[in-house]
Design a protein around this ligand. Structure first.
Ligand SMILES: [Zn+2]
Ligand SMILES: [Zn+2]
Length: 447
């Protein structure tokens, strides 16, 4: 089987033996995995890592001691604990001193075709949650951990500092739980994701001083800590989420004078994260920027390290054929384009209606006001020329006089029309089914 190998900052693909399943463990076929900042840090050489990285994944159980688990879609907690020590008994196996960590400490990670994890680490993914969304369970659990650690009152103002992947999730989680969140970040494009969820957002160029009782620091930069402290009110709480490597210089005076509580926060329980994903109250779709097959892991790592790129997925069953290459363009940009063309269609139609009192709905196909400027039919025609537009209007008026349903648009063959429909509604990577026969049936038209 194929496995990603990381050594001295280089990402390669190796052919390795399928892992042996110890008792109490499950053998899992990886369906999708996410590249996290930790993985990029491992690549940069932190922890002296060597081996297969990856800890955010969704998989299908192939073999397990518990027969009911087999065939189920699962996500897995990343800390493999002893189950017997003081911490494990208290249900805090995440702090077990003997623990190993999937893809980080002494347990090969999820960026390979098959992996093993203890059955007690696994959680079944609800059927309504899509595989590529369930990849976010682990970072979402880390965001939910804040509410497990700190009792934040409903009316208290909370600031989330940082608009990276974790910051975006934290702001959405706190907002979904009814807290008054203000999200600070450096990128308008990233903040637009939380803004769409109804969260108040601001750029970090103007940070308020002593304004919040609770500040979550998720910038991932050494300066974030100082900013977080300066934004916190007297006797307030700073929750530290970003692991910064190297030393952070800390001026303890404001912390002591204002009696600020500092709380470190890391991994969390998976149950609340899966509940949130099922409820649809956290939007992760806009955060997926790209998907690569396992063979293309080096490119996937490079893409994930690019500026402004959020989540990049690895999907072993994704084929890099022409259709996929088209799909690999950033999802966000495509969605914006669609909204834009829809708006333009509506404007064009209202102008056209004023001139011709057409009673059709603007999206109606039978209205032939101008088949060429209907941008939603052909996304390549960015802006129709004036010539086309005027011709469209006059020709429509002429058609109306005879019969409304008559069309001057060229009638394409059924094959061509299908091709156009497919180009307009590209298939989701979800259809890359692990079952070979199903996959072949769904991909038939691509050959
Ligand atoms: Zn991670
Ligand atoms: Zn333990």
């Amino acid at each position: 089987m194929k496995a990603v190998h990381l050594e001295d900052g280089r990402v390669t693909i190796r052919n390795v033996a399928r892992p042996k399943r110890p008792a109490g463990f499950a053998l899992i076929r990886m369906l999708a995995a996410g590249i996290c900042n930790t993985d990029l840090e491992l690549q940069r050489g932190y922890y002296g890592f060597r081996g297969t990285p990856g800890h955010e994944f969704v998989g299908e159980v192939v073999e397990a001691d518990t027969p009911t688990l087999v065939g189920k879609r699962v996500v897995g907690e990343i800390n493999l604990n002893c189950g017997a020590c003081e911490w494990c008994v208290r249900g805090l196996g995440r702090h077990c001193p003997k623990r190993t960590v999937l893809g980080i400490v002494k347990h090969p990670g999820a960026f390979r075709e098959f992996l093993t994890l203890p059955e007690r680490n696994l959680h079944i993914v609800p059927a309504s949650v899509r595989t590529e969304h369930a990849v976010f369970t682990e970072p979402l659990a880390a965001a939910c951990e804040i509410l497990d650690q700190v009792k934040i009152p409903k009316d208290a103002p909370v600031a989330v500092l940082g608009d990276g992947k974790l910051g975006l999730l934290i702001a959405q989680v706190l907002h979904a739980h009814g807290r008054r969140v203000q999200h600070f970040g450096r990128h308008r494009s990233k903040l637009s994701i939380t803004k769409a969820a109804g969260i108040e957002t601001s750029l970090t160029s103007r940070l308020p001083r002593k304004a919040f009782d609770y500040v979550v620091e998720a910038t991932g930069s050494p300066d974030g800590f100082k900013d977080a402290v300066s934004m916190t009110r007297q006797r307030g709480t700073v929750i530290l989420k970003s692991t910064v490597h190297g030393l952070v210089t800390l001026d303890t005076a404001p912390v002591i004078v204002d009696e600020i509580t500092l709380i470190g926060s890391r991994c969390g329980r998976f149950e609340p994260a899966l509940r949130l994903l099922r409820s649809g109250r956290v939007r992760v779709d806009a955060m997926i920027f790209d998907a690569f097959p396992l063979d293309a892991a080096p490119q996937a790592f490079a893409r994930a390290a690019e500026k402004g790129v959020l989540k990049v997925l690895l999907r072993p069953y994704l084929r890099l054929n022409a259709a996929n290459r088209r799909r690999r363009s950033p999802l966000l940009r495509r969605r914006k384009e669609r909204i834009h063309t829809h708006k333009r269609d509506r404007e064009q139609h209202s102008r056209h209606r004023r001139r011709t009192d057409c009673s059709k709905d603007h999206s109606s196909r039978s209205c032939k006001r101008d088949s060429r400027s209907r941008s939603s039919r052909d996304s390549r025609s960015r802006r129709p020329s004036r010539h086309t537009r005027t011709r469209g209007h006059s020709s429509h008026a002429r058609i109306r006089r005879t019969r409304h349903t008559h069309s001057h648009a060229p009638r394409h063959s059924i094959r061509e029309r299908r091709r156009r429909t497919r180009a307009r509604h590209p298939r989701k990577p979800e259809l890359h089914h692990p079952n070979k026969r199903v996959r072949r049936r769904r991909n038939r038209h691509r050959r």
